[in-house]
Write a protein that binds this ligand. Structure first.
Ligand code: PLP
Length: 385
């Protein structure tokens, strides 16, 4: 018999659609792949070279459970410079991806009888991990009319005596929305008043197109309340390397380190040397990639808005478009399924990201302009049959 908590975990539909798209491709079908949230760029060469050199230099054994000291120093400096804050390497824990740090945070801070507020639509692992912890997930709706920001009054109404943790993600998966300073201020105020922690998933920090980035950790009193989660997957096209990190309030460092020792021992040692090269080497590949994503965003959003029954707000960040498809007459899960099976376009139903995703699709524009154009033409042909 499984423990109830194990039965409360759910999967990530991007990986299910990916498997189905690959199966169709094996049958010889042409599928435009807009389902998966990973850059379609290779890991920059100097980063690969550093990883290979580290293997050759014998960096293939266990390392410190919280990460090699050089990398933690580099993360503190780099992540601090990007956010205008002064971080200490002692507060950095490196992990095999950002995902494990989400698990550590939620598991450590929430349990039976607690509530955790999280964005809806949002990264599916939040609700899954909250349920696994025994706490009650409290969805905070993100509103299309607000550019997929939340309503501050509604947020305030969701904070209760049982709230332990607030999860925010900006720029956001799946909507591409970016929170404004007033949103962060409302959350910070609630956190200070009710003595709450904030888990700030900042993995898309480098992908903002219309303005700068602001972390909630920079607001008064928030450094000691905020757990920043970031990683190498998106910014350096390193999803398969499995490297992420958390920057933590001092009182949580030991706990995260213990989770690391108990579950993973450490992140891949030679990979950490590659990550060091990512931070210390040229940032040009990142800048070029973000510029290309911006071109794609502008193209895709304009093209989607020409489709019958489709309306798409311009996402301020990440690399996802979240078009409203209500007026096509389709429910989102059916449209996503039929676009894949009949039109050869792999997209995700907004419902894969929570109840507030009804009426939307998520399209990842981590694909070439040509393929994005092809996807939109296939969608047009399907919708105008
Ligand atoms: N957080 C968000 C919002 C994401 O979209 C993703 C990946 O899709 C992750 C975390 C996980 O990233 P990692 O590859 O570092 O585990």
């Amino acid at each position: 018999m499984l423990q109830p908590r194990a039965t409360r975990l759910v999967g990530e539909s991007a990986f299910e659609v990916l498997a189905r798209a690959q199966a169709l491709e094996r049958e010889g079908r042409s599928i435009v792949r807009l389902e998966i949230g990973q850059p379609d760029f290779p890991t920059p060469e100097h980063i690969c070279d550093a990883g290979i050199a580290a293997i050759r230099a014998g960096k293939t054994g266990y390392g410190p459970s919280n990460g090699i000291p050089e990398l933690r120093e580099a993360i503190a400096a780099h992540a601090g410079a990007k956010r205008g804050l002064d971080f200490d390497a002692a507060n950095v824990v490196v992990a095999p991806g950002a995902k494990p740090t989400l698990f550590y945070a939620i598991n450590a801070l929430a349990g039976e009888g607690d509530e955790v507020i999280y964005p809806d639509p949002g990264f599916p692992m939040y609700a899954s991990l909250i349920r696994h912890s025994g706490a009650r997930p409290v969805p905070l709706p993100l509103l299309e009319r607000n550019g997929f920001r939340f309503d501050v009054e509604q947020f305030r109404s969701l904070v209760s005596a049982r709230t332990r943790l607030i999860i925010i993600n900006s720029p956001q998966n799946p909507t591409g929305g970016v929170l404004a300073r007033e949103d962060l201020e409302a959350i910070a105020e609630a956190a200070r008043t009710h003595d709450l922690r904030v888990l700030a998933d900042e993995i898309y920090i480098d992908f903002t197109y219309d303005g700068g980035f602001e972390t909630i950790a920079s607001l008064p009193g928030m450094r000691e309340r905020t757990l920043i989660v970031d990683g190498f997957s998106k910014s350096y096209a390193m999803t398969g390397w499995r490297l992420g990190y958390a920057i933590l309030p001092s009182d949580l460092v030991r706990t995260f380190d213990l989770y690391s020792v108990n579950i993973v021992s450490c992140a891949t040692t030679f990979g950490q040397y590659a990550a060091l090269a990512a931070l210390q080497g040229t940032q040009q590949p990142l800048h070029d990639m973000v510029a290309e994503f911006r071109r794609r965003r502008d193209f895709l959003v304009a093209a989607l808005n020409e489709l019958p029954g489709v309306g798409c707000v311009t996402p301020g960040g990440a690399f996802y478009a979240f078009p409203n498809i209500r007026e096509t007459g389709f429910e989102a899960p059916e449209l996503a399924r039929r676009l894949l099976e009949e039109a050869g376009v792999a997209a995700l139903s907004g419902t894969a990201f929570g109840d507030a995703g009804h009426g939307y699709l998520r399209l990842s524009y981590a694909n070439s302009l040509d393929n994005l154009g092809e996807a939109v033409e296939r969608m047009r042909a399907f919708l105008t049959r």
